[in-house]
Ligand binder design. Sequence first.
Ligand SMILES: Nc1ncnc2c1ncn2[C@@H]1O[C@H](COP(=O)(O)OP(=O)(O)O)[C@@H](O)[C@H]1O
Ligand SMILES: O=C(CO)[C@@H](O)[C@@H](O)COP(=O)(O)O
Length: 558
Amino acid sequence: MVQSTIHKFAIGIDYGTQSGRAVLVDLTSGEEIADHVTSYPHHVIDERLPGSDRKLPMDWALQHPDDYLEVIRVSVPAVLKVGGVPAEDVIGIGIDFTACTILPVDSHGTPLCMLDQWKHQPHSWVKLWKHHAAQPEADRLNRAAAERGEAFLPRYGGKTSSEWMFAKVWQVLDEAPEIFEAADRFLEAADWTVFQLTGRMTRNSCTAGYKALWHKKDGYPNPEYLKALDPRLEHLASTKLRGEVMPLGTSAGGLNPEMAALTGLNPGTAVAVGVIDAHAAVPAMGVVTPGKLVMAMGTSLCHMLLHEEEKLVEGMCGVVEDGIIPGYFGYEAGQNAVGDIFEWFVEEAVPAYVKERAESEGMDVHPWLEREAALYKPGETGLVALDWHNGSRSVLMDTDLSGLIIGLTLSTKPQEIYRALLESTAFGTRKIVDTFERSGIAVDKLYACGGLPQKNRLLMQIFADVTNREIVVADSKHTTALGAAMFAATAAGEAAGGYNSIVEAAKHMAKVKEETFKPIPEHVRMYEELYQAYCELHDYFGRGGNDVMKRLKAMKKL
Ligand SMILES: Nc1ncnc2c1ncn2[C@@H]1O[C@H](COP(=O)(O)OP(=O)(O)O)[C@@H](O)[C@H]1O
Ligand SMILES: O=C(CO)[C@@H](O)[C@@H](O)COP(=O)(O)O
């Protein structure tokens, strides 16, 4: 039992792709007192809607909003019980979420997919961040913005993504105008969940800035541009995207009585505005100044970096003033599949004998492949792969691109392919690091968090060798949830026992391990050569000289 008379606590809730987790955190030390994970009962909906036989089209990825509430119903009381902390000592709740994960709601904030009238229409459901079926809309949006010289476009590296708010909303309008009409608003799932907790509908500056093209001074893209896309979009910003955009670390309101009863927390407990999962990890690793690239490594990989100036960086996801830490421009870049590529290989491509051998040694397939792959030196597999199995969110920003492995022979072993896939994701990060540096934004050190640094040491060593940079690793089981709890402490404020700024919270609560991954000079040299091969393939297939991947994808759709 914790000495609750001395300490105050906050709860961070991290909404990931497959599950949500709550973590009870001691605000004095950042110690994670208790954690609980709830897997989403409906998983990622990418085949059929619940209770329906109708197959969803390719590139769709939906979620059920009630799964988010299930995390609150189950995980929050669980951490309170295990932590043995009285409700009055929990001064704040903060949530971080995948993004851009959006849903249409009616005027009461009820998701349209929860209404009988609309539940059979796929467009009424939550579109998960990795719903990529809005690529045609993203292409049209980018073309029009480039032709009109829209000021927002350079801030997003010259291209906006099919994952983001405008492309997704436009897809709804294109394919289901009745849902577009019925939607009183389109909300980020982060904001909808905060609304459930508080009864107050706000928007957070982080998802608005990185995913909905919102700018602190300019606001959303102008109505003339939106009208040029489709006249029905002209007033989108002031209608279906309306709502006060609030800065990170502020309070969206107090916990409402129903949610207090459901969770066991006190009504009125401060609820912080939501934050993107990856961005929450930055202060949680103690990164509050430039030069340190934070990598949230899991299903996908998000790269976050701070800088004093706004610079234009090819293919970056976005730069937002105060987007992560007040006083700095926060940059985000990313790879939309990392763990997902390894999972694809293990689930879909590994031969049965590998699974049998791993099982006979009492091991999971991933660690078995890792151990075998570690027996090779850089280059010894003779393979190079492109990490585009889920498209490219990096400098090319194109979700129509696909994966590639070259160098296969009749003697290629599964562990060699696994190693090549690990390496391909490190090359993808190297491309991002080089692009930042070329744009005058220093990357001195890497900071890794998320599931992968805990799971795969070989991967981390390869990242250090390929980027020739030391990697600091988070010392937290749930770094993003810790970050969310830090924003909660800031929303509650110093008077309540929290902090007055996220920088102050980071000073006391951030945690990294002492052991780091350091580049091995011999490997660095070898990878320099392999990286050149990666770049040749990257430019050949990705820079427009050769459109074979797009042609293959078009055929597949037919
Ligand atoms: N030992 C491993 N090596 C490499 N990848 C792994 C390993 N174990 C799991 N993965 C991958 O890690 C990803 C999950 O990462 P995690 O950070 O836990 O989740 P999330 O991204 O949903 O927050 C999955 O894509 C899974 O395939
Ligand atoms: O896109 C972002 C952040 O901008 C992430 O929310 C998205 O890649 C999902 O992250 P996870 O890989 O599930 O941690």
